[in-house]
Ligand binder design. Sequence first.
Ligand code: NDP
Length: 286
Amino acid sequence: MTATAIDGNALARKLREGFAGRVAALAAAGHRPGLAVVLVGEDPASQVYVRNKVNACEAAGMLSERITLPADVAPAELLAKVRALNADERIHGILVQLPLPPHIDETAILDAIAPDKDVDGFHPENVGALVQGRARFIPCTPLGVIRMLEEAGVNPAGQEAVIVGRSNIVGKPMALLLIERNATVTVCHSRTRDLALHTRRADILVVAAGRPRMITGDMIKPGAVVIDVGINRGPDGKLCGDVDFESCRAVAALITPVPGGVGPMTITMLLENTIAAAERRAGRVS
Ligand code: NDP
């Protein structure tokens, strides 16, 4: 079997085209969706991510504001910036690009973002709502994975879903979303005794470990759906995922490539969350 590759770029394009009408309607009513992206320091990867987010916003007709602060910014100054954005009527979504420099308490900053502008879905209030199955903002990467599964016609109900990675950003919310969709979910991590034992049982395998090509063809079930969240830069400077694409492609039914898989969906979901935030606010004020 040779798996069909899910084209994340094409799907992201299609979804973004669908946003145009929503953005135009909001703009016409005086509520043009606005996203603020805060970048601290000059980490090259973070700069690329922020640039991509800002460009995507602008291409969708949304307002974007990039705030760049020096790596040695005082925590109080960053906090004050976040609070100013919380109060800024033009801004519907606030994203603080991670990681932050070590002298800044990341949790304190993320907790300071107003929950109704927390388009990354990291605020404890939004995490709690997600756990209870009444989510307001769902973290963008796992939400993007769910959209990919939907578009590919994969129904998780009753399926064995295995997730490799248990981060707050990807693994944990991914597990919650799949449980909500009636999958039987196993979450693996660095202390899992026999990883392949679990991955070989997976009808749906989501890998978010940050370990280049750690999942090989012999670790997956024939006909599985394999979603590769990992983004790693190899010694040759090229991007690769956590899944060894070639060997897994020969066994799986559906597989996402890196680049061009989950990555473009993450940014698309960020736009969607920001548009939804603007629609909610517009509903409250008009
Ligand atoms: P973290 O480093 O926060 O979490 C990695 C998780 O993988 C941890 O739970 C860790 O276990 C687990 N893990 C690490 N090594 C192994 C192993 N050998 N076997 C089993 N589990 C292991 O990473 P993130 O969740 O933030 O990101 C994961 C990957 O996804 C990265 O490559 C990142 O760049 C990428 N990413 C891609 C995005 C996209 O848009 N496509 C968005 C976000 C992330 P433990 O908890 O025990 O340490």
